[in-house]
Write a protein of this length. Structure first.
Length: 211
């Protein structure tokens, strides 16, 4: 196993018992299976676990970019509840930036944990006004709204956007906050879960974990 089990809503380890997993803070939960170290073999294992969920990445990755993290919320024999993937690379304005996309069912809380916000699902700002950005996901244009992170002590370390895609919540977390300016220049995000042999050349790297 190249993935470690933890709680999707906090950094605690989870304890297995029969077909249940328990977090000391959040009780019974589906585990988050997260990369121990990003590798092609580990990514293939992740894709099997998250097989019914999309894995959104800029594709092809820009020059110098690497996949730095990935994970899936679920357990054997059950449909996955959430999946995320992070990539990082150089930019002209901000140096190295990180982009994390999350797709999840309501109530999971993984996107909120990565975004560093207190509510489990995106807040009232989603859909309350005109969207700040429209993301291209494969052949679809999806509206996303900026999520308020002002309750954090540090508000310039990330920008957070959220919306809905294919009946699930979609989160986009970009670090640092100014990296959000790249959204107007990036191409389409693609679901890479069905690419097959093309993923053999996918570059992997490590980065300090921010959550």
């Amino acid at each position: 196993m190249r993935l470690d089990a933890g709680c999707p809503r906090c950094a605690a380890s989870v304890t297995p018992s029969d077909d249940r997993w328990t977090c000391p803070t959040h009780g019974d939960t589906m585990p988050l299976w997260r990369a121990v170290e990003p590798t092609y073999d580990g990514f293939a294992e992740y894709l099997v676990l998250s097989r019914q969920l999309p894995t959104w990445l800029p594709w092809p990755l820009p020059p110098g970019w690497q996949v730095t993290d990935y994970g899936c919320v679920g357990r054997e024999g059950a449909e996955p509840r959430a999946a995320f993937v992070s990539c990082a690379g150089p930019s002209d304005l901000d140096g190295v930036v990180e982009v994390t996309t999350v797709t999840e069912e309501p109530g999971v809380g993984l996107g909120a944990r990565i975004a560093g916000v207190t509510h489990t699902d995106p807040g009232r700002e989603v859909g309350a006004s005109a969207p700040q950005v429209r993301l291209r996901l494969d052949a679809t244009s999806v509206p996303v709204w900026a999520v308020d992170t002002s309750d954090r002590e540090v508000v310039l370390d990330r920008s957070v956007f959220a919306g809905e895609a294919h009946g699930r919540w979609l989160w986009l977390v970009m670090r640092p906050a100014s990296a959000a300016l790249l959204l107007h220049d990036t191409g389409a995000m693609h679901d890479v879960s069905d690419l097959g042999p093309e993923l053999v050349t996918l570059p992997f790297g490590t980065a300090p974990r921010a959550w």
